[in-house]
Design a binder for this molecule. Structure first.
Ligand SMILES: Nc1ncnc2c1ncn2[C@@H]1O[C@H](COP(=O)(O)OP(=O)(O)OP(=O)(O)O)[C@@H](O)[C@H]1O
Ligand SMILES: [Mg+2]
Length: 252
């Protein structure tokens, strides 16, 4: 389990994460939703120790995130960041090999090579192995980053807006892959999504944030309502039932 206890973060007097206590990891796939600036990426940053909290504590399976050796942390949790700035003159293969670093420390074993091959195939990137990242389309590059995270082979995976830059087919494929990773590989995945219908379709639990706080935390049917979505996003959202499922209409 990932357990946050009273986690807070402030920048220049502004509270961007406000006393958040939360348990993650019972469900296979948890979607994290909320408007821009709600604190979603900050929450991920604290869990992955990319950002230090100003108050509170975070534990991952009894490991204190503040004190854990980096290697132990990297073997427990993988984080796909929202903005990946990394040298463009890396190939897809190089990038995915990075994902194995906490295991291999640069000396790849046959197990490492298998994990790298599996991750590349899972993301349908076999034909792009030797391509440099700046020779890929935005969506292909995004898949390469997800392959890197998959190769890290951790129980917990945090994906911050993994559907960025993806076309309709690949958005659906990534979400199906996320479900498969949870069902077949037992991974516990938390994924930031802006498309709430993707959140509703592919997750077991939806956590909504606003102004640095958790404002709703429940299953699809309780979250995909005009009342809750209106409160979370501060905008009118219509909800219809299609094939027995609530579907949010926000394109009108
Ligand atoms: N390094 C920083 N310095 C100052 N303020 C910051 C910093 N990082 C984030 N913030 C502020 O913290 C708040 C939360 O940011 P965060 O990136 O967590 O939001 P988010 O929910 O991920 O939003 P988005 O959907 O746009 O990615 C925002 O108001 C942001 O401006
Ligand atoms: Mg963000």
């Amino acid at each position: 389990m990932i357990v946050l206890d009273g986690a807070s973060k402030h920048y220049n007097g502004n509270t961007v994460l406000d006393d958040v206590s939360l348990e993650l990891g019972d469900e296979g796939v948890t979607a994290l939703i909320g408007p821009n600036g709600a604190g979603k990426s900050t929450l991920f940053g604290l869990i992955g120790r990319l950002i230090d909290p100003d108050a509170g504590s975070i534990r991952i399976d009894e490991m204190d995130v503040a004190k854990a050796p980096s290697r132990d942390l990297a073997r427990a949790i993988a984080v796909l960041r929202q903005d990946n700035t990394i040298a463009a003159r890396l190939t897809v293969q190089d990038l995915v090999e990075f994902g194995r670093f906490p295991h291999s420390r640069g000396r790849l074993t046959s197990v490492d090579r298998d994990k790298i091959d599996e991750a590349i195939s899972y993301l349908d990137l076999d034909g792009f192995r030797d391509r440099f990242l700046d020779e890929l389309s935005g969506g292909q590059r995004q898949r390469a980053f997800i392959a890197m995270v998959l190769a890290q082979d951790t129980k917990y995976v945090l994906l911050d807006e993994p559907l960025n830059n993806l076309d309709l087919k690949h958005m659906t494929e990534i979400m199906k892959l996320v479900r498969r990773m949870s069902e077949e590989l037992g991974k516990k995945i938390v994924v930031v999504l802006h498309d709430i219908n993707f959140a509703a379709t592919y997750s077991d639990r939806i956590i909504a944030m606003r102004d640095g706080r958790i404002v709703a935390d429940a299953g699809r049917d309780e979250i995909i309502t005009p009342e809750v979505l209106g409160r979370v996003y501060d905008t009118a959202v219509d909800v219809r039932e299609i094939d027995g499922r609530p579907v949010a209409l926000y394109y009108s």
